[in-house]
Design a protein around this ligand. Structure first.
Ligand code: ATP
Ligand code: MG
Ligand code: MG
Length: 506
């Protein structure tokens, strides 16, 4: 993939945009790009630089992504009462092109964020994240989506845990820690090389060929599907609290670093004679203050509040309320019924995905996890799971869906799956996930309006921000949107359930 038309072979110290940005290390990568930590010499802060593959298709997609990003990053949000909401979308700081051996690459510059929500789900071993954090994430996500849909006319189309990133708080402090760890590693390699007297060079920590992604692949616990499975009985162990150390580990991991070992605050702590030289060399306070000009101790760097902040990222698949680029949208597990059946769709498709995501945060399991069998397809299974949880597919979707005939017979029954076992959301929460009766009731009242099968009736993000379940959200206690109605549908929002016709010029 590092060939003409592919990824740019970036290297530490490389200069971008006429020397404004200096590349530091890799943060992650995706299908379209590699993402790097860089120092902005103008603001003197660190930034995340997304360097897109140079092929024409990637370049064109990136130019669309930039247009959408510019729309949601615009500062109008602050002028028009979306001040809180626009904070929850990753904003574009700069963009330019960079020429390298593999061609011309579009580069997008963002603020530096931390890990995505899938990492948080894994941190809690797929047993569910504490409700306190779920409420914070849910309210911020809904505020961000409300802003995108109502103010910007933008539909994300790929809301899922991987595309919601956590803020890291003090970026410069984290960068400092990571630089220390990097240096420690390099020094260890040096010592090792000296000791083994080898003349062969080992790759450096920033070698571009190290293709580790922080996003990771999606392996899931098997046998925990909602449908056609018996209840998992017995109480589940309580999730460990998100301690400051834990959160710190998350932050360090954002840099693709393995879990940091506790680090000495002074050069000489508990090191054996052989290690002493190395510790003194790599962690002298002189060098610490030289890296970022920040001389706080490790303890001070580790103080975290309990406020999780998240941002919606990756607008690489987003589109406009009046200009859809494709009908193949959304990642399988978060795909809405109207998209599966091939009906018209709109911004309300994001709300479906958001509800799936919130359920997953609460329980650690996908809400829908379709699979194919001998006699049925993934789509068949997906629709069956939806019907089992939420009831019959409305006749309007059956009438207008381009693929409806292949799934349903003339009586509106699924062709390939017969025995359906109705299991309402409230009972699933109570019986399978052991939520107390009252909480199961509240959560189901919160999620069900966002899972309305008919997209024109689906609750909008702004209205759901006003839900009583979110009243006591830490950090957003008083936040309500008086102009939107709780449980109201978003049908008044242009492009809510179908593409607005006209002549878009974006
Ligand atoms: P995809 O295949 O998901 O479309 P992509 O090439 O469009 O990938 P992104 O998803 O935008 O790229 O980013 C790839 C990875 O880089 C993310 O999963 C994340 O780990 C990291 N990353 C992206 N943006 C940031 C950021 N602002 N701060 C920190 N890390 C980031
Ligand atoms: Mg992505
Ligand atoms: Mg993308």
């Amino acid at each position: 993939d590092y060939k003409p038309g592919g990824y740019h072979p970036a290297s530490r110290g490389e200069l971008y945009n006429n020397g404004r940005y200096i590349l530091v290390r890799k943060l992650g990568w995706g299908h379209f790009s590699t993402v790097w930590l860089a120092k902005d010499t103008v603001s003197n802060a660190h930034v995340a630089m997304k360097v897109v593959r140079s092929d024409k298709v990637y370049t064109e997609a990136a130019l669309d992504e930039i247009k959408l990003l510019k729309r949601v990053s615009s500062s109008d949000g602050f002028l028009e009462g979306f001040c809180e909401a626009s904070k929850h979308i990753l904003s574009l700081l700069d963009n330019f092109t960079h020429t390298g051996p593999n061609g011309k690459h579009v580069v997008m510059v963002f603020e530096v964020l931390g890990e995505n929500l899938l990492a948080l789900i894994k941190k809690y071993e797929h047993r569910g994240i504490p409700t306190m954090y779920v409420k914070q994430i849910a309210k911020q996500l809904l505020l961000g989506l409300d802003y995108m849909h109502r103010k910007c006319g933008v539909i994300h189309t790929d809301i899922k845990p991987e595309n919601v990133l956590m803020e890291v708080g003090d970026v410069e402090a984290i960068v400092k820690m990571v630089e220390l760890l990097d240096k420690q590693k390099r020094d260890q390699r040096k010592v090792h090389r000296r000791a083994t007297r080898t003349s062969i060079e080992t790759p450096t920590a920033t070698a571009v060929s190290s293709r580790s992604s922080t996003s990771g692949s999606r392996e899931r616990v098997s046998g925990r599907r909602l449908r056609r499975h018996t209840l998992i009985t017995g109480s589940q162990p309580l999730p460990s609290p998100l301690s400051s150390t834990n959160f710190f580990e998350i932050k360090a991991q954002m840099m693709g670093q393995s879990l940091p070992r506790p680090m000495p605050t002074t050069p000489k702590t508990n090191v054996s004679a052989g290690e002493e030289e190395q510790a003194t060399n790599s962690l002298s306070s002189m060098e610490i203050s030289n890296t970022t000009g920040d001389d706080r101790t490790e303890e001070e760097l580790r103080t975290d509040s309990d406020v999780i902040q998240v941002k919606i990222a990756d607008l690489g698949n987003a589109c406009w309320f009046d200009e859809h680029y494709t009908n193949s949208i959304q990642t399988r597990e978060y795909r809405s019924p109207e998209v599966i059946i091939g009906c018209e769709w709109g911004a309300s498709a994001d709300i479906w995905s958001a509800a799936c995501l919130i359920f997953e945060l609460l329980t650690g399991d996908f809400l829908f996890e379709p699979d194919e069998g001998h006699s049925y397809s993934k789509d068949d299974d997906h629709i069956a799971q939806i019907v089992e949880l939420l009831g019959e597919i409305p006749s309007q979707l059956l009438r207008t869906g381009r693929h409806a005939r292949s799934f349903f017979n003339s009586r509106g029954q699924l062709r390939n799956i017969s025995k359906l076992k109705f299991w309402p959301l409230k009972d699933v929460l109570r019986e399978k996930y052991k939520f107390p009766e009252e909480e199961a009731q509240t959560i189901s009242e919160f999620l069900l309006p966002m899972l309305r099968l008919n997209p024109s009736e689906r609750a909008d993000a702004g209205g759901m921000v006003n839900h009583p379940w979110l009243n006591d959200t830490v950090g957003l206690e008083g936040v309500q949107l008086s102009e939107r109605q709780l449980y109201g549908s978003g049908a008044d929002i242009p492009g809510w359930y179908r593409e607005v016709a006209g002549h878009p010029r974006h």
